[in-house]
Design a binder for this molecule. Structure first.
Ligand code: NDP
Ligand code: MG
Length: 384
């Protein structure tokens, strides 16, 4: 049970919901971090009184320091600040909810400082899954999933001491706003349409990733690392209602599902209270109001990003890093209205056959491939 927490990315969708859970559970807050939202960070500091607050740049840190001069909170900035917040002595748990691969180094810093991790930042496992899981094992720390699908699997696995009888993981996917549409029908969709997720309210990047189903591809990779299950035993089913958050299948073909209303406070709270369960500030699930639950096969031809992720984790080496780096760059360009929605999947697929292949043995190897993948995308788009 978490007593003191450091929240990386506290001003985001997961970060703000985490702070509500902390307030509800009376968890003390040691550190908070944001990138540019100085107003919200200041409000959070005044409310939660952490030892340390971290913001993106030195300039912003100067301003924040002035604003907080009547408090005892220290102010840091940049990646160094994030790593300091991750390793802060007073915290027993670090919840990682920054967006993108920037979360990798702070997560490793937290593990080395022997903090348990409540992991929302999936790009960390997509790019550095082997390094992170190895470091967690060596330092004897636990990684508790916050992503709803992985929390569901983690919950279903309670009471399964013998992993040999675990046959299959079944990840559910909402299908996003473009479910049922074909590739050609997605060329002209707008940023607003992509940001209009049917069931979840999330940050912009993950909302676009959900629309392209890159998010589900990332979750396949995340599941492989978290639960040590080979990808061929991880299935994806589209489940429009987002009530069944994922399932596991045992050797006897019995399937266990975890259900609940789509509210991230449930998985966030479970990651903080594990192995206990306590009351949660969410709606109760009333299945009679929902009446039917539907399940479909995903369309791998339209949603190329999902296919790219399966291929990348199967091929290993730096392929998942290429997919992630190209996707981060492409999503940014899409949100800036510089490329079309289908360009995201096309650029990611092309990057996989263009960026040089190498083994990943260190964070520097990951950063190198990440830079090359982003460059590939910006150069390709620049040429068109
Ligand atoms: P948001 O965009 O809402 O929030 C991101 C947070 O990270 C903000 O606090 C932001 O600060 C900070 N941040 C952004 N860029 C940087 C940077 N370069 N350096 C340091 N901090 C940065 O994202 P979400 O909360 O939606 O998602 C966070 C992570 O959790 C993602 O990896 C996502 O895939 C994962 N996730 C999210 C879910 C959800 O329901 N939202 C569900 C499952 C997983 P600022 O506000 O100042 O910009
Ligand atoms: Mg998810």
């Amino acid at each position: 049970m978490t007593e003191n927490i450091s929240v990386l990315g506290s001003t985001g969708s997961i970060g703000t919901q985490t702070l509500r859970v902390c307030e509800f559970l009376n968890v003390k807050v040691s550190a908070l971090t944001a990138f540019s939202n100085i107003d919200l960070l200041e409000q959070q500091v005044r409310k939660f009184k952490p030892e340390l607050a971290v913001i993106g740049t030195e300039e912003k840190a100067k301003e924040l320091r002035l604003r907080l001069s009547d408090t005892s909170t220290r102010v840091g900035f940049g990646l160094e600040g994030l790593c300091e917040a991750a390793a802060i002595e007073s915290a027993d748990t670090v919840l990682t909810a920054v967006v993108g691969m920037i979360g990798l180094k702070p997560t490793l810093a937290a593990i080395e400082a022997k903090k348990n991790i409540a992991l929302a930042n999936k790009e960390t496992l997509v790019t550095g899954g082997n390094l992170v899981m190895k470091a967690a094992k060596e330092n004897g720390v636990k990684i508790y999933p916050v992503d709803s699908e992985h929390s569901a699997i983690f919950q279903c696995l309670q009471g399964c001491p013998d992993r040999k009888v675990l046959k299959r993981l079944i990840l559910t996917a909402s299908g996003g706003p473009f479910f049922g549409r074909r590739y050609d029908e997605l060329k002209d969709v707008t940023v607003e349409q992509a940001l209009n997720h049917p069931n979840w309210s999330m940050g912009a990047k993950i909302t676009v990733d959900s629309a392209s189903m890159m998010n589900k591809g990332f979750e396949v990779i995340e599941a492989k690392w978290l639960f040590d299950v080979p990808v061929e035993r991880i299935d994806v089913v589209v489940h429009r209602e987002s009530i069944v958050h994922s399932m596991i299948e045992y050797a006897d073909n019995s399937v266990i599902a975890q259900m609940g209303v789509p509210d991230m406070k449930i998985p966030i709270q479970y990651a903080l209270t594990y192995p206990n369960r306590v009351e949660c500030e969410t709606e109760q699930l009333d299945l009679t109001k929902i009446s039917s639950l539907t399940f479909f096969k995903p369309d791998y031809e339209t949603f190329k990003c999902l296919k790219a992720c399966r291929k990348a984790i199967d091929m290993g080496k730096n392929f998942p890093v290429i997919v992630n780096g190209a996707n981060e760059a492409a999503v940014e360009l899409f949100l800036d209205r510089k490329i079309s929605f289908t360009d995201i999947g096309d650029l990611v697929t092309e990057a996989m056959s263009s960026v040089s292949v190498r083994d990943i043995n260190s964070v520097d190897d990951i950063i190198e491939t990440d830079i090359l993948s982003r460059e590939y995308v910006s150069q390709t788009v620049g040429k068109v």
